[in-house]
Design a binder for this molecule. Structure first.
Ligand SMILES: CC(C)(COP(=O)(O)OP(=O)(O)OC[C@H]1O[C@@H](n2cnc3c(N)ncnc32)[C@H](O)[C@@H]1OP(=O)(O)O)[C@@H](O)C(=O)NCCC(=O)NCCS
Length: 164
């Protein structure tokens, strides 16, 4: 099946976004850069399994893997995952040296737009209780607490939800 093509304006950063930041969908050639710069916390095997899976879903219109680039480098990424039971944002990561400049906000705004374009009416995002910075960012963009779940690791995560 052919990958979903989005109108270009949906991939334009908001006007107040960081200077020179561009957004695009990940492709098969981006794996190594993503693994080294943004998913270093995952094992190599787990990363490649995830990468193949999400790119296949993206081809089917069931996922979007969005990259933020600045000066020719990947500085952040985020995923939109559309499951039969609901839609979630996941793995919003910004390279440490580029945090606090609006990259995360830009990625989220664009992912929300893309979700709306795909016909979704609500999205969820999970955050661990200690990640107050990420939670503040999500709440600023209209997410509110929905429920608390227990992760396979035994940790808890708060699920935040936002209508589109
Ligand atoms: C959470 C995360 C994605 C946020 O990304 P980010 O690019 O730093 O996010 P933003 O820059 O858009 O917003 C973060 C802060 O910078 C501030 N900011 C944004 N643009 C700014 C600008 N131009 N000038 C000054 N401050 C700015 C925001 O107001 C916000 O402030 P706050 O933390 O006091 O609320 C990032 O910190 C990260 O990758 N963390 C590690 C991975 C992680 O925890 N991911 C989330 C998993 S749920």
């Amino acid at each position: 099946m052919e990958s979903v093509r989005f109108p270009e304006h949906l991939l334009e950063p908001p006007l107040a976004g960081p200077t020179g930041l561009t957004l695009r969908l990940a492709t098969a050639v981006d794996g190594e850069t993503l693994r080294l710069n943004l998913y270093a916390h995952k094992t190599t095997i787990a990363f490649w399994r995830h990468f193949k899976q999400v790119l296949a879903w993206q081809e089917d219109g069931r996922a979007v893997w969005l990259l933020a680039e600045q000066g020719g480098r990947t500085v952040g990424c985020g995923e939109l995952l559309i499951y039969p039971h609901g839609t979630e944002l996941a793995n919003i990561f910004v390279v440490a040296a580029h945090r606090g400049r609006g990259v995360g906000t830009t990625l989220l705004i664009a992912l929300l737009r893309l979700a709306r374009y795909l016909g979704e009416t609500a999205v969820e995002i999970g955050v661990t209780p200690d990640n107050t910075r990420a939670r503040r960012l999500y709440e600023r963009l209209g997410f509110g607490e929905e429920r608390t779940i227990q992760l396979p690791t035994g940790e808890t995560a708060v699920i935040l939800r936002r209508s589109l």
